[in-house]
Design a protein around this ligand. Structure first.
Ligand code: GN1
Ligand code: MG
Length: 362
């Protein structure tokens, strides 16, 4: 690994790489500064099976972090080094290093005195909503097509349904016949769930730059519990703001787990929903009326999309998501479909919360 580290323009001496257990996709290591007061670094091997266009991915991250840094400077912020990630280029000025064996590596400056959280409370949902809202707002004046799709069609439900149809037609594991109730539940909602894509084609719903993985553990908090920096920028790409709002609610405003085998545990947590909405709308001041009105729909869309993705993987024989037991993807699918049903039942309540929070902030 020494050979890899010495490719990067790291000005100070660092110790041996220490492996870090975070995320399922990339491999991460810490490079601690040898002398106190100097910078430490974060070394990652990029999973190029999932991110096939590493050049485009790294360009995206550079554009996003440069843009946010300029915004922070213009706003007169201090401590900017801890508020936005900084890539360390290689000695020949590239944003990543490709080894002779074909692995891709990158280095970030390490953000010190920061920690991540796994649990969401209404209090932290408010702060998290502000943080993701601020992130989107900082990027809202970048044209949406300034970035590439680091995973093509990542949150495009029409594409995800097409992948499902291919999996259903092939039925390689012979798993379809036992799941016809799921097939029917997905089919009934197809037209409704493709609404956002249709509105985009009609020029009525804009695309913006989104984070596309808005889990609470992708925010670093300082020692006082205040959000400082958004991390895991691999999926930052053009899309609907509904993606980021919906994916947070899918993971956090759910009283059950993403893969809860006990479906009756699953309900919408309206307290978390309201708190995140309040934080998000306070910061995401660029939203149009149609985007605000569609936010509860965005929650349903992301639960549906995740169900379609888990179900496709179940039919294909579990080739994408890591599973902990044989039926895991089927259990995940059913849990996401139940969450969708709960969100459908709560749809009016969710919309009236969005409207009243939006009205208070005018
Ligand atoms: C994957 O690995 P993780 O948890 O960051 C997936 C997300 C899904 C999520 C489902 C690149 O994210 O889109 O929502 O699993 N990321 C990718 O839990 O496919
Ligand atoms: Mg992730």
């Amino acid at each position: 690994m020494k050979d890899i580290i010495k490719q990067f323009a790291i000005p100070n001496e660092v110790g041996e790489p220490q492996p870090l257990k975070i995320g399922f996709i990339n491999d991460s290591f810490i490079l601690r500064a040898k002398r106190e007061g100097e910078r430490s670094y974060f070394l990652q091997r990029i999973n190029h099976h999932i991110f096939q266009n590493v050049e485009g991915l790294q360009q995206n991250i550079q554009k996003v972090t440069d843009h946010i840094r300029r915004k922070l400077i213009a706003a007169g912020e201090t401590d900017i080094e801890r508020k936005v990630l900084e890539l360390v280029p290689t000695k020949d000025g590239k944003l990543y290093y490709k080894t002779p064996s074909g692995d891709y590596w990158r280095v970030y400056v390490l953000i010190e005195h920061a920690r991540s959280q796994e649990q969401v409370t209404p209090e932290s949902a408010l702060l998290t909503g502000e943080a993701f809202g601020r992130f989107q707002c900082q990027l809202s004046d970048l044209p949406f097509d300034a970035l590439c799709e680091s995973i093509p069609n990542f949150h495009n439900i029409e594409f995800r349904l097409q992948q499902l149809d291919e999996a259903l037609a092939a039925d390689v594991m012979g798993r379809k016949a036992a799941c016809m109730d799921i097939v029917e539940a997905i089919d009934r909602r197809r037209e409704d769930m493709c609404l956002a894509e249709r509105l985009f084609r009609e020029g009525r719903l804009p695309k913006h730059i989104n984070h596309c993985d808005t889990k609470v553990n992708n925010i670093l908090f300082d020692e006082q519990g205040q959000p400082i920096c958004i991390v895991d920028l691999d999926t930052v790409m053009p899309g609907f703001v509904l993606s980021d709002f919906g994916d947070f609610m899918r993971t956090a405003a759910n009283t059950g787990a993403e893969d809860d085998p006990v479906l009756d545990n699953i309900h919408v947590n309206l307290e978390v929903f309201e708190a995140y909405t309040r934080g998000y709308l306070k910061q995401a001041t660029f939203l149009t009326d149609i985007e605000k009105e569609l936010l509860p729909y965005g929650c349903r869309l992301l639960s549906y999309m995740q169900a379609v993705r888990f179900f496709t993987d179940w039919l294909n024989g579990d080739t994408y998501y890591k599973i902990q037991y044989p039926e895991h993807n089927l259990v995940r699918t059913r849990a996401q479909m139940r969450l969708l049903e709960e969100q459908e039942k709560a749809a009016e309540q969710m919309l009236s919360i969005v409207r009243s929070v939006a009205a208070q902030q005018l």
